[in-house]
Design a protein around this ligand. Structure first.
Ligand SMILES: NC(=O)c1ccc[n+]([C@@H]2O[C@H](COP(=O)([O-])OP(=O)(O)OC[C@H]3O[C@@H](n4cnc5c(N)ncnc54)[C@H](O)[C@@H]3O)[C@@H](O)[C@H]2O)c1
Ligand SMILES: [Zn+2]
Ligand SMILES: [Zn+2]
Length: 445
């Protein structure tokens, strides 16, 4: 279905909004995208539903005057990559290079890039922004109007998001950073220089997780003294918990079903947890949260899971039969759990349509349901970098493993199955420096 959707897109043709070339997901497949030297690199590519592989691909070359080629020194796997692996996000093509979080060293700059120099350390934002459109001027970079011309996305959503690295042709079709080199369109806006006192192992996560979790918390409106419930104790949920506390929440309750709750408890002993797989007869997440929160419920609820993970058979079958693309179970749980007039934010990825949505509870009880959107990284990354420098936040609390790019296909399956206590990985390449102080040592698979 993912590949068929791309065929439809090709038949329909792209819109004319983009000011950067679309569908350059692997330099091997686009004329003029490979470096004339013939140099090869390792890269992780999508091979079909539930299959990724590390392959050799050509090194990318500069294609546009504002391009930058980055020698990648660090990347990672995100919960969002699992939606690609599963084919839940459409319009992937066999051979597409994945990865939307990466940092590295500037290798080449286009003729119009004046703010970066070869050899400089940088981190990339997961979205590709032009820097000058209506949204970019306000730093709402995830909604840039000039980097994604996908017609299906426009028809489905009413308008499109920005282009994104390694995130299918649905978001423009750009090769990702799970590779030894990446081409960064509008490199002058989409790369943030990393200062010497911030090692790659901390700076990398400015690409996505840190900005995403920060946005989830402030956009959903966490205030001083709030009780906040967070669904999903993966990296996004973990940092959302940390940032909710940082912004004055008096209590955070994490909801999940596996070892990740213990991982969270170990890092933040004052957190409360709720394991939804261990509820008693007649109990639900909602009844339990109400009981835990003055018989009223949390003030704010944040979804850090995703719409593709059905809990019950009904949604499982409806999704399998194509009657919906996403389950409404977690959103309904958030709505019914949150206190009257409280707010709920959705940061986990939802792709399309859902059934059995509890619109009655939402309306009658005045719940503010907020789609947090793809997080606008540019709005927050400078502030978050400063917070890392000042030691106010430490991204290493979520980094459980350091792995090699060569092993990344195996790492995808382990991360998917929540094996080996894998919370967030740091993926090194042949260009990486030795592990920085406080970061995990290398695990090979
Ligand atoms: N909006 C954005 O800009 C943005 C950016 C990055 C990631 N995301 C999304 O955030 C989500 C989380 O990312 P991650 O990297 O932490 O992913 P992850 O897959 O590592 O974590 C998800 C967690 O949710 C738990 N879970 C599954 N079903 C649940 C349920 N019914 N109730 C409670 N918990 C449940 C899983 O056990 C897992 O621990 C993903 O959907 C990802 O795509 C969004
Ligand atoms: Zn991500
Ligand atoms: Zn823009």
């Amino acid at each position: 279905m993912s590949q068929a959707a791309f065929k439809v897109e090709q038949a329909l043709g792209h819109g004319d909004s983009a000011t950067t070339q679309q569908d350059v997901t692997n330099p091997a497949y686009t004329k003029g995208a490979a470096d004339p030297s013939g140099e090869k690199m390792k890269a992780l590519v999508w091979m079909g539903k539930n299959k990724v592989e590390v392959v050799e691909a050509p090194k990318p070359t500069l294609m546009e005057p504002r391009d930058v080629i980055v020698k990648v020194t660090g990347s990672t796997v995100c919960g969002s990559d699992l939606h690609l692996l599963h084919g839940a996000v459409v319009e992937l093509q066999k051979g597409d290079i994945l990865g939307h979080e990466f940092c590295g060293i500037v290798d080449e700059v286009g003729t119009e890039v004046t703010n970066l120099k070869k050899g400089q350390r940088v981190v990339a934002s997961f979205q590709i922004a032009c820097g000058s459109c209506y949204y970019c001027k306000q730093k709402l970079s995830s909604q840039c109007e000039k980097t994604n011309a996908n017609t299906l996305a426009n028809a489905m959503y009413g308008s499109r998001t920005a282009g994104m690295f390694g995130y299918s042709h649905f978001t423009g079709g750009f090769a990702g950073g799970q590779a030894e080199y990446t081409r960064v369109p509008y490199g002058d806006v989409n790369l943030l220089p990393l200062p010497d006192n911030v090692p790659d192992e901390k700076g990398l996560y400015l690409s996505d997780v840190l900005a995403t979790s920060w946005h989830a918390v402030v956009d959903t409106g966490v205030k001083k003294g709030d009780t906040v419930a967070i669904w999903g104790a993966g990296p996004i949920g973990q940092m959302a918990a940390e940032f909710a506390l940082y912004n004055g929440a008096k209590r955070v309750i994490m909801i999940d079903q596996n070892w990740r709750l213990d991982y969270m408890k170990e890092k933040y002993p004052h957190l409360d947890t709720l394991d939804f797989s261990k509820l008693g007869k007649g109990e639900s997440v909602t009844s339990k949260l109400r009981e835990m929160c003055d018989n009223r419920g949390p003030d704010v609820s944040i979804e850090c899971v995703a719409g593709e993970y059905a809990k019950g058979w009904a949604h499982y079958f409806e999704m399998m039969l194509g009657l919906e693309t996403d389950t409404s179970e977690i959103i309904n749980e958030m709505i019914t759990s949150t206190r009257n007039f409280g707010s709920c934010g959705i940061t986990g990825v939802y792709v399309g349509f859902t059934n059995h949505f509890n619109v009655g509870s939402l309306m009658e009880r005045g719940i503010r349901l907020i789609g947090n959107g793809q997080a606008p990284v540019h709005l927050y990354w400078e502030k978050l970098l400063k917070m890392i420098q000042e030691g106010k936040i430490d991204p290493l609390t979520m980094v459980s493993h350091r792995v090699r790019l060569e092993d990344l296909d195996k790492v995808y399956y382990k991360f998917e199955n929540k094996e080996d206590g894998m919370q967030k990985v740091y993926v090194q390449t042949k260009w990486s420096a030795p592990p920085a102080e406080g970061s995990p040592s290398l695990t090979t698979y």
